[in-house]
Design a protein around this ligand. Structure first.
Ligand SMILES: [Zn+2]
Length: 268
């Protein structure tokens, strides 16, 4: 790249950075996002469709029902009017869950088996929804576009193919694990969200503590993408009082919800 091109792309990148700064309303953190939320949401919908073609929803209606009850409770207090929510338990031994931009949620049946109760499911879904609310996928994509412009120059970047851009979008928007700071932010947003939805936020501490204390006998997908350690538990505990008071104000108290065994609601 010659000097003038380098200067131009650096200048453009700076302009882009200034234009793309916004604040995450829930935490007050300044973030860099150049994409529109409708672009992100369309991308989320396309990726969800792809995923639904790869994995089948579980046939047990009770699992779908408990996820949808949790999902709808969280959605109703999320303040995301432009999200087109969908919730599915997908058949797979993968122990993970996600929420794509625009409110497309999936929990794999392998992870469903790890929950002791409905509130623990709510804690994980609320955390994933937290990533989507704070637009972490869009933020990561924006940085990657900026990095590409910086290294290629704008004219070469403009010449990149649709496939290249889509590649960035799928990889950085929805596929790769999030950074530690994004994890902490999603934890905080998720903790508040589950409490507002009427689930006892204590369940979040219980759930993650169980992994921290060695219940993770195998390295599961959820703990490899969500590093669980004393810092994380301490952070959750630090915000537990605030979350408990939100729980106290919630319209419908669900407590820990129904008990789950192998992902299926059981009565005592
Ligand atoms: Zn996460």
């Amino acid at each position: 790249m010659n000097a003038s091109k380098l200067l131009f792309s650096a200048g453009f990148a700076a302009l882009l950075a200034a234009a793309g700064c916004r604040t995450v309303p829930e935490t007050g953190r300044t973030q860099f996002v150049v994409l529109t939320s409708s672009y992100e949401n369309n991308l989320g919908a396309a990726n969800y469709k792809e995923c639904m073609g790869q994995y089948k929803p579980v046939s047990d209606a009770r699992q779908q029902e408990v996820l949808r009850r949790v999902g709808n409770a969280l959605a109703s207090v999320s303040g995301q009017a432009d999200f087109k929510w969908e919730f599915n338990v997908l058949e797979s031994s993968i122990e993970n869950a996600f929420c794509l931009p625009g409110g497309k949620v999936a929990v794999y049946s392998g992870l469903m088996k790890r929950f002791d109760n409905e509130a623990e499911l709510a804690c994980v879904v609320a955390h994933e929804v937290g990533h989507a609310i704070a637009r972490h996928g869009g933020e990561r994509m924006s940085w990657e576009y900026l990095r590409k412009i910086g290294s290629l120059g704008l004219s070469e970047f403009a010449g990149t193919t649709v496939q290249d851009v889509y590649g960035i979008a799928t990889q950085y928007g929805v596929m790769l694990p999030f950074s530690r700071s994004h994890e902490t932010e999603a934890d905080l947003i998720g903790l508040r969200l589950m409490a507002k939805a009427g689930y006892d936020p204590q369940a979040a501490v219980d759930f993650w503590q169980r992994f921290d204390k060695g219940d993770n006998d195998i390295i599961t997908a959820i703990t490899s993408t969500h590093p669980c350690d004393a810092d994380r538990i301490a952070e959750l505990n630090a915000h537990l009082g605030e979350a408990k008071s939100l729980y106290g104000q919630s319209a419908e108290k669900r407590g820990f919800g129904v008990k789950l065994q192998n992902g299926i609601p059981v009565s005592d």
